[in-house]
Design a protein around this ligand. Structure first.
Ligand code: DAH
Length: 364
């Protein structure tokens, strides 16, 4: 198949000639980039199918040649002593603008939302002791709940008390570290860090981020938990979204809840608007929703955000906090998952975020 690389090599050779001057440069431009120049002519000579295949390389080569010629032109102008050649109106060389990764923006936004209400941002280690991820969170060795956090083990010496070193499968280990750091409540932390689990599909990547909200003080109860998550949801997703707490089970909280948020696609109804009025005539036996289309994203009006609950007394004790005096709540939510639930994003595969495809990232 046709390759344009040879032209680049040839041009570079010609540009390296010590005799090169501005008029030769014009000739080289015509030779390579002119309507009947080498690049266009060879592109014209191939079949439409081939054109499709080499199209991107064709465009890149033209751009590359353009850059090489321009670069050389500027260098020649600089070297010439005719100062009047300096064109002050010419725009400067512009470089492609970089940006932060989408997940970094999401992490920044989440951080700001919680800092506004007095939370301290922490980032606890990604390589963590088994003890902080499990035992201290009320999941002793052999407990089946540990299976939910499939784990990458690190080849390192085992500690007799703290166990093996692992890639932390969740940010909840930060709870223990924060209690031992601050020692005396009140504590209000948002721990945002990378987590690792060996999964790879449309909604899982082996490295992802979680944010762990965590509060301990006297007289802390579930209403504070719900109020805080509700505040977050409105700030991050907008006023229209509602949350609910659904009873669930986690070893490190009692009681425990899953946090759900109304779906941004169907507005929390579970249905998209009806395409026809068939079946809705008087006398029909169909129910109100029978002729509506189910929302494909949520199927029920609700999307799962993460887990939460009131911190288990055993966890408080592991952090040297007296559960008779203090109480607290915690939640853990996936950053990427949450970010994908933003209205209008229409991102249906989490792996796209980490594909490294600049065309995707440039859209934001
Ligand atoms: N660590 C849990 C997970 O990764 C999420 C979680 C659930 C965090 C309940 C919490 C909590 O703080 O209270 O699945």
């Amino acid at each position: 198949m046709l390759s344009f690389r040879a032209f680049l090599a040839e041009l570079k050779e010609e540009l390296s000639s010590p005799e090169l001057d501005l008029s030769t440069l014009d000739r080289l431009r015509a030779k390579y980039l002119g309507r009947n120049g080498l690049v266009n002519k060879s592109f014209d000579s191939i079949s439409p199918d081939e054109k499709k295949a080499v199209g991107p390389e064709f465009n890149q080569t033209k751009k590359h040649i353009e850059d090489l010629l321009e670069d050389k032109r500027l260098r020649l102008l600089e070297q010439s002593d005719t100062a009047e050649f300096f064109d002050v109106t010419r725009s400067g060389t512009s470089f492609p603008k970089g940006s932060l990764h989408l997940v970094t923006y999401a992490v920044e936004e989440i951080t700001k939302i919680f800092e506004r209400i007095g939370f301290i941002r922490m980032s606890y280690p990604e390589v963590e002791w088994e003890y902080n991820d499990f035992e201290a969170l009320n999941m002793p060795k052999g407990h089946p709940a540990r299976d939910d956090f499939e784990t990458f083990f690190v080849e390192a010496e085992e500690d007799p008390q703290l166990g093996k070193m692992i890639l932390s499968p969740h940010t909840s280990s930060g709870q223990i570290r924060e209690m031992l750091r601050v020692k005396t409540p009140p504590m209000r932390m948002i721990n945002i860090a990378k987590c690792y689990r060996p999964n790879w599909d449309v909604s899982h990547v082996p490295m992802f981020h979680q944010f762990e909200g965590f509060v301990i003080d006297k007289d802390i109860n579930i209403t504070h938990l719900k109020g805080t998550i509700n505040y977050f949801a409105k700030e991050f997703f907008g006023e229209k979204r509602e949350i609910r707490l659904r009873p669930y089970h986690f070893q490190f909280t009692e009681p425990s809840f899953e946090v759900d948020i109304t779906c941004g696609v169907c507005g929390g109804t579970g249905f998209l608007s009806s395409p026809s009025s068939r079946g809705s005539q008087k006398g029909s036996h169909l129910g109100e929703n029978d002729n509506k289309i189910k929302c494909k994203l949520c199927k029920s009006g609700w999307l799962e955000l993460g887990g939460s609950g009131m911190i288990h007394p055993n966890v408080l004790r592991a952090g040297s906090i007296d559960p008779a005096v203090y109480s607290g709540w915690a939640f853990g939510i996936g950053v990427e998952r949450t970010f994908m639930m933003k209205e209008g994003l229409k991102l249906d595969d989490i792996r796209t975020l980490y594909s490294g495809d600049i065309r995707f990232l440039q859209q934001f």
